[in-house]
Design a binder for this molecule. Structure first.
Ligand SMILES: Nc1ncnc2c1ncn2[C@@H]1O[C@H](COP(=O)(O)OP(=O)(O)OP(=O)(O)O)[C@@H](O)[C@H]1O
Ligand SMILES: [Mg+2]
Length: 324
């Protein structure tokens, strides 16, 4: 970690004055990212209460109907979602419902539940990229083995198979022929099948761009010893300065899922075309911070605060802390 990159720039010191914000993190985790976001938001004047969605509640005994620990039934001025935490289908539905309810109540939530839903489900992301004319490898997502068999009849190219809700490169596989299709119970009955983009110039390489609604914050090249280049799978990071093309496609991908901040994975095809593999709505940036020259948490916190302030100004709402 380069200490200098994590030094806090002296910009926007009073941006968060009077705001009481909620930061929602993964339950039970003293989180590296959360600490940095809190430190940055506080340095800009905001008050931050850290909690987790599993500790929040709907409660009709409260005027707001929503109970977030530390807010006594009142609504926060803004909510930053670092994680919705793992859970059952019912728990995840409930937590996304809470985030939807916050938005419906006028609270600016980063990322909004709709963006999280679009990104958690890789098939939605892929569809939206395609619909918005953003290059992404040819992909078919379908249920049941017979349908997957139909698609792979006479397969003449390798396909990447991904779990619909996967992250960090976990559970990703490749097949070269139809007989290698995995059994339905090993893929939750879902077949996400994407054309494999072979390495260009002999390197297994892709790019992770971290962006907010306002800007590209930082980017890195990831080079793997295998075709799965995630840092969690042993990929090695190098800082990368995105050119205009890379910045443009990353911002377009963000807009396609309407995310406020996201990690965008890009790959270059043999013909040199940039393609979007993935948009991640709760990206980690520890690996990226290790090579980047900017303080990533600070940049994200600053852009979040700018959005909250503008949102509240548009709604003419006084800050919670200002009236307490
Ligand atoms: N179609 C593809 N062709 C070549 N390599 C691929 C392809 N899809 C994925 N990969 C490799 O596998 C890695 C992981 O894929 P992807 O980003 O789609 O899922 P993930 O990283 O598990 O999910 P998330 O980005 O949400 O954490 C990519 O970074 C890339 O190295
Ligand atoms: Mg990825």
């Amino acid at each position: 970690m380069r200490a200098s990159a994590e030094k806090q720039p002296d910009t926007q010191p009073g941006l968060g004055d009077g705001l009481h914000l909620a930061l929602l993190i993964e339950e039970g985790r003293g989180e590296w990212h959360a600490r940095r976001i809190v430190r940055s938001l506080e340095a800009m004047g905001a008050r931050v209460t850290v909690s987790s969605l599993p500790h929040c509640a709907f409660d009709t005994g409260l005027e707001s109907g929503i109970d977030i620990p530390g807010f006594q039934g009142r609504l926060p001025d803004g909510v930053f979602v670092r994680s919705i935490s793992a859970g059952t289908l019912e728990q995840i539905t409930f937590r996304l419902g809470l985030l939807h309810a916050l938005r419906e109540s006028g609270v600016r939530v980063w990322n909004d539940a709709r963006a999280i839903e679009r990104c958690v489900d890789k098939s939605q992301t892929t569809f939206l990229l395609h619909k918005n004319g953003i290059p992404t490898p040819r992909t078919r997502v379908c249920e049941t083995l017979p349908h997957a068999l139909e698609y792979t009849e006479g397969l003449d190219r390798p396909l990447v198979l991904k779990p619909l809700f996967g992250s960090q490169g976990k559970g990703i596989g490749m097949i070269a022929q139809q007989s290698e299709l995995p059994a339905p119970e090993t893929v939750d009955q879902m077949y996400y099948m994407q054309d494999y983009v072979p390495p260009k110039d002999g390197f297994y390489e892709d790019w992770r761009v971290l962006a907010t609604r306002h800007r590209v914050v930082a980017a890195m090249t990831r080079r793997g010893t295998t075709w799965v280049t995630n840092i969690h799978q042993g990929g090695k990071a190098r800082v990368h300065l995105p050119d205009d093309d890379m910045a443009r496609i990353s911002m377009a991908a963000m807009r396609a899922v309407d995310a406020d901040y996201a990690g965008i994975d890009l790959i270059r095809s043999a013909s040199g075309e940039l393609q979007v593999l993935e948009v991640n709505s709760n990206p980690a940036w520890r690996g990226l911070q290790g090579v980047a020259d900017v303080n990533i948490a600070w940049a994200i916190a600053e852009d979040f605060l700018k959005t909250v302030v503008a949102h509240r100004a548009a709604l003419h709402v006084p800050a919670v802390a200002a009236i307490s």
